[in-house]
Design a protein around this ligand. Structure first.
Ligand SMILES: NC(=O)c1ccc[n+]([C@@H]2O[C@H](COP(=O)([O-])OP(=O)(O)OC[C@H]3O[C@@H](n4cnc5c(N)ncnc54)[C@H](OP(=O)(O)O)[C@@H]3O)[C@@H](O)[C@H]2O)c1
Length: 264
């Protein structure tokens, strides 16, 4: 797979902070971009209108295995991005069937299954040898490692393991991103705790960097949605990103080297 190809990209979690930035970036760079929006999304209208104005195609498909599989089979995407996830607060507000197990794990696995099935049925998995197999890019998190504590990180560890196993069995490629906080003043949803923590941490990490100690900042400082989107597009489309895991410092470096033509 090379960046000169213009194969379809499909983005799950397109209505989120990271997803919206990725839709904007991919459209701006000329990729045929398909933005998945769940029919019940509170952002369906606002994000949908914005995406259409950018030239993205809207895929308003419910989170049901058959519907997701049909959507992926119809679009035959070269890269699928899994950028969705809930929070404990949202899960409580939305009620049963909207927790980490159902959303972060269950829905992401549904999307992985759909791509794996497409690859198997169309023989595209054989493309691994030539670098043309479809790729699933999973937005995981800093700290997602075996033995990680807490439901949030355990969900990410579970999905990472599932993706690796499915890739092995079906021949799809994967790439995993593990950023630190994803935040910025342009986030539409209020998350004061996350924002305050990241502003304080970023200040300390910036001070260390000013003293020449840059490692901790590169690894732990927050990223804005548009910065992360640049890195995600790179790991989705670069040959050498196949089957790799990208920690926050690597994502930051990729975002910096990515074409500087797009600005939020
Ligand atoms: N935020 C961070 O600091 C951070 C740090 C590291 C890793 N991550 C990972 O990155 C992911 C994306 O982060 P973000 O901040 O861009 O997310 P976000 O803005 O909260 O967006 C979440 C996405 O998930 C979808 N979603 C939420 N609840 C859902 C439900 N019940 N059913 C179906 N879809 C649902 C949302 O769709 P609707 O718009 O329809 O609700 C939206 O597209 C997180 O989930 C997490 O795994 C986040």
């Amino acid at each position: 797979m090379t960046r000169t190809e213009r194969s379809p990209l499909l983005i799950f979690g397109a209505t989120g902070y990271t997803g919206r930035a990725l839709v904007e970036l991919a459209c701006a760079r000329g990729w045929p971009t398909h933005a998945h929006i769940r029919p019940a999304s509170s952002r369906a209208q606002s994000a949908g209108a914005r995406f259409e104005s950018l030239g993205a195609a809207l895929e308003s498909v419910p989170w049901e295995a058959d519907a997701i599989r049909d959507c992926v089979a119809r679009l035959r995407p070269q890269v699928v991005f899994g950028l969705l996830g809930t929070t404990q607060k949202r899960a409580q507000a939305e009620g049963p069937g909207n927790d980490y197990a159902a959303v972060d794990v269950g829905m992401t696995q549904m999307a992985i299954d759909a791509l794996a099935q497409l690859a198997t049925e169309t023989g595209r998995a054989t493309g691994r040898a030539t670098g043309s197999a479809p790729r699933f890019v999973y937005l995981s998190s800093l700290g997602a490692r075996e033995g990680a504590r807490g439901a949030y990180l355990r969900a990410r560890v579970q999905v990472e393991a599932y993706l690796r196993a499915k890739a092995e069995a079906s021949g799809i490629e994967f790439a995993i991103a593990r950023p630190s906080f994803i935040t910025g003043p342009d986030r539409d949803e209020s998350r004061p705790g996350e924002r305050i923590t990241s502003v304080i941490a970023d200040a300390g990490l910036g001070a260390l960097a000013a003293l020449g100690i840059r490692g901790p900042r590169d690894r732990y400082a927050s990223m804005r949605g548009h910065e992360l989107a640049r890195a995600l597009l790179e790991i989705g489309t670069r040959n050498e990103a196949r089957d790799q895991v990208f920690e926050a410092d690597a994502l930051r470096a990729l975002a910096a080297t990515s074409e500087a033509s797009f600005e939020a």
